[in-house]
Design a binder for this molecule. Sequence first.
Ligand code: MN
Length: 496
Amino acid sequence: MRKANKLDIEKVLKKVKHYLTENDLDDISAAWDFCLKVHSGQKRKSGEDFAFHPLKVAYKLALWEMDKTTIIAGILHDVLEDTKTRESDIALRFGTEVANIVKGVTKVSDIKMAGNKHEQQIESLRRMILVMAKDLRVVFVRLADRLHNMSTLYALRKEKQLENSIETLEIYAPLADRLGMGQVKAELEDLSFPFAYPTDYRDLVTKSKKMYEMAVKNMAEIENNLKKGLAQEGFEAIINIRRKHLYSLWKKLKRPEIDNDLGKIFDLVAARIITQTKEDCYKALGVVHKIYRHNALIGVSDYIAQPKPNGYQSIHTKVHGPDGRIIEIQIRTKEMHDEAEHGLSAHWRYSHAKSHGANENMLNSGVFLGQKKYAWVQELVNWQGVLKNPGDFINAVKLDAFHERIFVFSPKGDAFDLPTGSTPVDFAYAVHTKLGNYIKLAKVNNKIVPLSYVLKSGDIVEIIKSKEPRLPNPDWLDFTHTTSARTEIKKLTKKV
Ligand code: MN
């Protein structure tokens, strides 16, 4: 038996045991043995054995309850870049799926652009979306990789610290946000903050220390009272107290209406009541207001009845706490909570549960409903109803949904998501109706193309405008795909 030490895969295996098979565990162990062998003798800048890093990455992926393939790819994610291993070796031993994910992760980490910072960021984001469109699991591995790298950032040179922390704030945190992984986003931001803005970070820590301490003390009393109050109503609910993440506090303080005034922050520490059902959320709200007087002026925000544009659901109420200070209490169901914290990875958990015959309603409980920017995830949820086999679901997660869509970019780097087969005319109308009515010429990746040119994901599309507005050509109806373009073309050409 292998001696238990820091370099031990047991911890990962323990985490995945409840949802993977014995065979899966054997495969993961085999990948780990391979990893130890090829990375042997290598050290990280922090002084640890190199293999400690992929182990941490795999552990994170296990916490997110990723499938076997993703976990193995996590274990092997650095072997192409840092060892003599070839892609074909990985494919032969662990299958082409693992090899493709590892290749994807390597490709993304390779992204180094010439030009200014802004252009670099756009380019990186663009490539990231492209890689993601092939297999979302690449992004999960990359996020787990980034999380661990950020936690050992202290070991790097100062310039590297700054570069990586800014990159994390500008690319990886927003990416996690887009995938609904709020917890990962917050972690990435808080790991970056001290390195990206050291002076502001130190100032904020000093400035907020007393307030945090007071708020925490206050909250302990509130938690107690809420527990009693809820118990009296015969409630089953979890109360958890959370500190606002420093980086999000810093951002909030910069808002004009807050104007750097800590006194205007009511959610420095907030209590969350996590209920079983939606109805219980409203009952819990009643209990809260019975104990603490709610502030009629700032009142209650019901994001359950009216979810935020990103799909966030919760009830927030601001009440006068024990010492009269205003505090925020958030109420949500377990599913809403999971969705807010873990996003797509929570979805994985539900899909596993479902494939094991658990509650069908979980998927239809509104977790992913009403989220426009998340439409592709919704698509997967719908598919899940049809796909009974977990293997099919994994294929769906590879974003086959994306095969119906392409991503193209304006010269400024704004991303547009269009149906497959779209042309520069569709693009123009997607940007703005007005642009559609000024089309003179189109350039794709800096070359002039016919207006019927079929765009591919990743293309940079530029519309050269005419001086005067022009009527669209009715022939454009032969090659346009978007409703917005077609409606406009029909409307304007009818007039002739
Ligand atoms: Mn790595």
